[in-house]
Ligand binder design. Structure first.
Ligand code: ASN
Ligand code: ZN
Ligand code: CA
Length: 330
């Protein structure tokens, strides 16, 4: 271990998650040797290149305000860290590629860029525009990096039913990273992007309990679902995940009142988000492939639940009932 690779723990003043501990190294770089070398760079408005690795003389980073350019980096680095830890500690996955290799997170992409993306190799975050804050919240980071996990496993297409399964997988694990972080400032809530004010009016980007609340996503699967933009055909699987986890009815989660109903009006008892996520990770990594459909997802998830919990288990019944609850037939 070179002196400059020495493992350090920095203090980050994040925008969305309060004061957090972040993995750093040397004296001091925003590069995390304990997580495959996950590192965070400053594009400083560029739209290409690797950016410049963030460094700091005292290992205390950011101020919590977007005006300090380290702040977005703290959130991005923390998001990569929590996503790494979630996949490692919950699913035994060693990084996005399951090879121990970390990834770069590039911040301050372009000018007033209102998006974030995974490009097959690395994460990139825009600063937002107008009322929209930097796109570096925990659920967005978990969402984008989970596109990498999907690519490295089922490799779901980005069109047809598979496109919706792809997008929903990112929302599911983005939400699970939020639950895993257990951060009181940004609790798990089955909403996507509630922190970044992407619509400028305080509403989130997506709602898993009732996806149609965004005005475009579908709650229930039909034969026309696959023709939609993947961000809308994701609705039924997001709804499945909520129903499988929490069941039908009304409850407050992460300070948000959710109310979910099954498409056929049935009553569903949730089996908890940890079970639903375990089943979905197994489905993604062992049952699905590029052209998979919602029907394949149902069959794969039921088989995964049988393997994990046994046929006839309450978990298996809940997983199956939730697929019926989004109108995916047997
Ligand atoms: N933020 C978007 C997403 O992950 C980027 C894209 O259009 N693929 O869905
Ligand atoms: Zn996405
Ligand atoms: Ca959220």
């Amino acid at each position: 271990l070179d002196q400059d690779d020495e493992v350090k723990t920095g203090t980050g003043n994040s925008m969305y998650s309060g004061t957090v501990s972040i993995g750093t190294s040397g004296s001091f770089s925003m590069s995390d040797p304990t997580r495959g070398g996950n590192n965070t760079t400053d594009l400083n408005g560029a739209t290409s290149g690797n950016g410049t690795l963030f460094t700091d003389p005292d290992d205390t980073w950011g101020t919590g305000a977007a005006s300090n350019r380290q702040t977005a980096a703290v959130d991005a680095h923390y998001g990569a860290q929590l996503t790494w830890d979630y996949y490692k500690n919950v699913h035994g996955r060693n990084g996005i590629f399951n090879n121990g290799q970390g990834a770069r997170s590039r911040t301050h992409y372009g000018n007033a860029y209102v998006n974030a993306f995974w490009d097959g190799t690395q994460m990139t975050y825009g600063d937002g525009s107008g009322n929209t804050h930097p796109l570096t919240s925990l659920d967005v980071a978990g969402h984008e990096m989970s596109h990498g996990v999907t690519e490295a496993t089922a490799n779901l297409n980005y069109s047809g039913d598979a496109g919706g399964l792809n997008e929903a997988t990112s929302d599911i694990f983005g939400t699970m990273v939020e639950f895993y972080a257990n951060n009181s400032t940004d609790p798990g809530d089955y909403l996507i992007g509630e922190k970044i004010n992407i619509n400028g009016n305080g509403t989130p980007l997506r709602y898993m309990d009732k996806p149609s609340k965004d005005g475009a996503s579908k709650d229930c699967w039909t034969t026309t679902t696959g023709g939609l933009d993947p961000h809308y055909s994701s609705g039924p699987l997001n709804h499945w995940f909520y129903l499988a986890s929490e069941g039908t009815g009304s409850k407050v989660i992460g300070g948000v009142t959710h109310s979910s109903t099954a498409c056929d009006g049935s009553t569903i008892a949730g089996v908890g988000h940890d079970v639903a996520a375990k089943v979905w990770y197994r489905t993604l990594s062992t049952k699905l492939s590029s052209g998979s459909t919602y029907k394949d997802a149902r069959e794969g998830a039921i088989n995964s639940a049988i393997e994990l919990y046994g046929a006839g288990s309450a978990q298996c019944k809940g997983i199956e009932a939730a697929f019926t609850g989004i109108s995916v037939p047997a």
